[in-house]
Design a protein around this ligand. Structure first.
Ligand SMILES: [Fe+2]
Ligand SMILES: [Fe+2]
Length: 179
């Protein structure tokens, strides 16, 4: 069933992302207030790299599935059913994917800055890094909240089982522009 796939696959990914966000937020908060940010950075550098790897591969793939499969199928159902808030949320979801990618890119850039400047890194560079990490964390928290509270429930409510086939061999036009 499509709804089962959504529950198992999308929610499972969201739970994994949330675990990363929790860890990243604790790290960002620690760094922002630390007297010795370099030590904190060293202790959690691998975590940030793992997080960036997850965002580059698994989150990118997840967003593709949302944009190429879930949203087009849901959009068809909304056209047939009712003009309603999920439709507006879908537009926001596309914009947020683009913003999220930019924020993750900025975080990667800040990480490179810190690693290349090792030995002579200024205190404020650690602060910029922790700000970039905070931006990513809060953006994706809000984004997941939108999907979990509006998009996925709407999909479960509106997409009938007959759409399973469409899901399986779907190649519809992506719902997000330039997706
Ligand atoms: Fe998303
Ligand atoms: Fe998602």
């Amino acid at each position: 069933m499509l709804t089962e796939l959504i529950t198992k696959r999308f929610l499972k990914h969201h739970a994994r992302l949330l675990a990363f966000l929790d860890a990243a937020e604790a790290f960002a908060r620690q760094m922002a207030t630390s007297a010795e940010p370099q030590k904190d950075f060293e202790s959690s550098r691998e975590l940030v790299k793992e997080f960036l790897g997850f965002m580059a591969v698994e989150e990118t793939q997840h967003e593709k599935e949302e944009e190429h499969v879930l949203l087009p199928v849901l959009a068809q159902q909304l056209d047939e059913a009712e003009p309603n808030p999920p439709k507006m949320s879908m537009g926001r979801m596309c914009l947020e994917h683009a913003v999220g990618q930019r924020l993750v890119k900025e975080l990667g850039h800040q990480l490179v800055q810190l690693e290349q400047g090792e030995g002579a890194v200024k205190h404020e560079q650690y602060y910029f890094f922790s700000e970039a990490l905070h931006d990513v964390v809060w953006h994706f928290r809000r984004h997941m909240s939108l999907e979990n509270s509006i998009i996925l429930p709407a999909a479960e409510r509106l997409i009938p089982d007959s759409r399973d086939e469409l899901w399986a061999k779907s190649n519809p036009k992506p719902e997000c522009p330039d997706a």
